[in-house]
Design a protein around this ligand. Structure first.
Ligand SMILES: [Zn+2]
Length: 125
């Protein structure tokens, strides 16, 4: 058995997606990002906490901090890949895993670029 703990953060950014219809035009989104972490039963400490949600909140915000109010296409993580929600989710997942260390395992990262458009990334393993 395990626990799933999730926090959400947001950022606003502009981008273009060459080859994707009207997304080729410069436009922006108020992105919503949910980071979900898996913690085993055995990870619960004497305080009753597996992963501190405050720590998780800090990690989620740190994962997208450099995206805030930026033109994503100009940023280093997107120099060679498109600024799609798929890639944003994968980048957040990689960053979160690094920041989490042994505290927990990333179960999934969800990215909304609009309230009704969501991409979910689940790392292998
Ligand atoms: Zn877009």
């Amino acid at each position: 058995m395990a626990f799933l703990l999730a926090v959400e953060t947001r950022f606003a950014a502009a981008h273009t997606l060459p080859g994707v219809g009207m997304c080729e035009r410069l436009h922006g989104h108020n992105y919503r990002v949910r980071l979900t972490v898996r913690a085993e039963d055995s990870a619960v400490d004497p305080r009753g906490i597996s992963v501190d949600l405050g720590d998780l909140d800090t990690i989620a915000r740190e994962c997208v901090a450099d995206f805030e109010h930026q033109y994503l296409n100009d940023l280093e993580p997107f120099k060679k890949i498109p600024t799609s929600s798929e890639h944003i989710a994968r980048i957040v997942c990689t960053r979160a895993a690094r920041l989490l260390g042994a505290k927990g395992r990333v179960e999934q990262v969800e990215v909304w670029e609009q309230p009704h458009y969501r991409v979910t990334y689940r790392p292998a393993g």
